[in-house]
Design a binder for this molecule. Structure first.
Ligand code: HEM
Length: 147
């Protein structure tokens, strides 16, 4: 029985399931003749794309052998560029997807309240209970002694 070959570019492993590559495997493909990139938790063989890359081949070469997601995102690549990636997909990256953007620092200092901003209000906050207590005292004892 003869073996049925898959479509071009699909290895047996790829047909059986997704191939998972480690960073050290990706690091073996960092030359102009054999260039892989790791972007969005996936591995792409972009050797044939190097010469076509509008940003130049050298910038891709400097981003091989590492997770290039951040560099790829920083450029602000178009959707067309993202879709182009599919063409060069060879497998999944063992390390999973990297966060495209560093999480922005949350603002921990909350805005001061009106009481903190206006000193008179702060003073009133202290004085008001004293005034109310004083008035209550005067009404109670004043009323008691008046009659
Ligand atoms: C390997 C997969 C990549 C693909 C398929 C790809 C595709 C493209 C495409 C189609 C463009 C034209 C502009 C656009 O449509 O956004 C572009 C421009 C560019 N790319 Fe990539 N790129 C890849 C990786 C990278 C990486 C890793 C870097 C590293 C920083 C990079 C840096 C650039 C730069 C600097 C430009 C030029 C932007 C400009 O002229 O404004 N690319 N790329």
């Amino acid at each position: 029985m003869s073996e049925v070959a898959g479509p071009p570019g699909t290895s047996k492993e790829a047909l059986a399931g997704k191939k998972v590559y480690s960073l050290s495997e990706a690091k073996d493909h960092t030359t102009e003749e054999d260039c892989w990139v790791v972007i969005f938790g996936k591995v792409y063989d972009v050797t044939k794309f190097l010469d076509e890359h509008p940003g130049g081949y050298d910038i891709i070469l400097t981003n091989t052998g590492q997770d290039a997601t951040e560099s790829f995102e920083e450029i602000g690549h178009s959707n067309a560029a993202r879709e182009l990636l599919d063409k060069y997909y060879i497998g999944e990256y063992e390390g999973g997807p990297a966060p495209a953007e560093k999480p922005k620092k949350k603002q921990t200092v909350s805005a001061p309240s009106a009481v903190d901003r206006i000193p008179v209000l702060k003073l009133l906050q202290v004085l008001l209970p004293i005034i109310v207590a004083g008035l209550a005292y005067m009404i109670f004892f004043g009323g008691a002694t008046g009659k």
